[in-house]
Structure formats: C-alpha cells, structure tokens
Write a protein of this length. Structure first.
Lengths: 81, 143
C-alpha cells in the first residue's frame, strides 16, 4: 500500500523535500513509517521532536495501522499566531 | 438545541486588513466584538528581525480551528468569530493573525478571544521562520 508523507518547516528544510510517497506492506504501522524515515533521513525526526498526524489528525499511537492513501504529516513544534 | 456556528478560519498570503475582518463580523444582535491582532515584531530574543515567513498545513489547520470554534461555542456561548492567519512573507509591523469574536456581551467576547489565540498557538499546524540579517531560524515551542 502506498502512503504519502508530508514534511513541514524545519523538517522539510533538513530533508530537502516536502513530500514523498512510500510503499509498505498492507497493515504497516505508523511506527514502521517512522523507522523507514529514520533510515532514509537519519536523525531527522528525533532531533526535532516531531509529532505525527494521520489524515490531518494528531496520531500518538505508533501501533496504529495505516491504510492505502493515508497522508502522514510530521509536524515540528508549532509556532503560529 | 445548538444555534448554528458562524465562525470561519482562512489563511491569506496577502497583507491582512483587521478592519475588513471586523466589518465582516458586524451584526446587530451582538453588543460586543473583541479583536486580537498579532503583529510582527522587529526584534526577537535580542536579534533584529528582518521579516517572518509563515507556513501552514492547511487541511489540518482547518480541522484544529473547527475544534477551537466548537469549544468557543460550548465554553463561552460564542458562535460568531473570524480568524485569518498569514502565510508567506510577513514584514515587521504587519499583522500575522487577526481574530475577531462577537458576543452579546463583553465578558464572553474577551474570554473567547483569549481562548482562541492561546489555543491556536498551541495546537494549529502553522510555523514561523524568523529571518535575521545573518541567518534564519524556524521557531518551535516558544513564541
């Protein structure tokens, strides 16, 4: 199954891209996505205390299973306003 | 028996006009309109700021603002609000965000307006980048 990863702000700058599509086995978890991103961009997520959102909702449970077409965003600490 | 919500949020890549936002909210039934304007400061933590750059995760920002509007209705009885936030380059002295909140009386308007900006700053996926003469930095977990 394919999922879309979105990176914002400092994460995007450090990774050098704002989005990427990744292929996983059906039923892959958020934790597996994080691990794959760590493999491709070592230190990217851990250094920035990024939170994850799945389909525009904050997702704290790394065991949640993803579905085809899910949009997973990694969000640095916010600073709007 | 909830009355309909007339609260809206949008992003804008152009300079904001607080007066226009207030005009949009005008309604004869509300005796109070509270307004908050966030303004870009020329100095941040001892460094001179040339400009700010704002970025948003639009679809999620909409969802989080909808939750804030629902809470404003439930906690303060406020059902009419307008929030506009900049994206892109924002110059020193320009508004970065305009919040206008209408209510029958001022207590609810002030309280809901305060709640709105406080919660936006905590939960809405918008990021600001401070640009200095000698560098730039994305701001995280403090404003």
């Amino acid at each position: 199954m394919r999922v879309r990863i979105l990176l914002f702000a400092a994460l995007r700058d450090r990774a050098g891209r704002s989005e990427l599509d990744l292929e996983f086995e059906d039923g892959a978890t958020l934790g597996e996505v994080r691990a794959e991103l760590e493999r491709r961009f070592p230190g990217l997520l851990t250094r920035s205390r990024a939170a994850a959102a799945v389909n525009a909702e904050v997702a704290r449970d790394e065991d949640v299973r993803l579905c085809e077409g899910d949009e997973i965003a990694y969000l640095p600490p916010v600073s709007g306003g | 028996m909830a009355a309909e919500l007339d609260s809206s949020f949008r992003l804008s890549d152009r300079p904001l006009d607080a007066a226009a936002v207030l005009r949009d909210l005008h309604d004869a039934t509300d005796g109070a309109v509270a307004c908050f304007v966030g303004v870009v400061r020329g100095e941040s933590r001892g460094r001179r700021v040339e400009r700010l750059e704002y970025e948003a995760y639009g679809s999620m920002a909409e969802r989080e603002m909808a939750k804030i509007f629902a809470a404003m209705a439930e906690r303060f009885g406020v059902r009419r609000a307008r929030v506009v936030h900049r994206t892109g380059v924002c110059r020193v002295g320009e508004p970065s965000v305009v919040i206008a909140v209408a209510a029958p009386h001022r207590d609810a308007a002030f309280d809901a307006c305060r709640y709105c900006i406080d919660t936006l700053k905590r939960t809405v996926p918008i990021w600001k980048r401070e640009v200095y003469e000698d560098g730039a930095e994305w701001i995280g977990d403090r404003s």
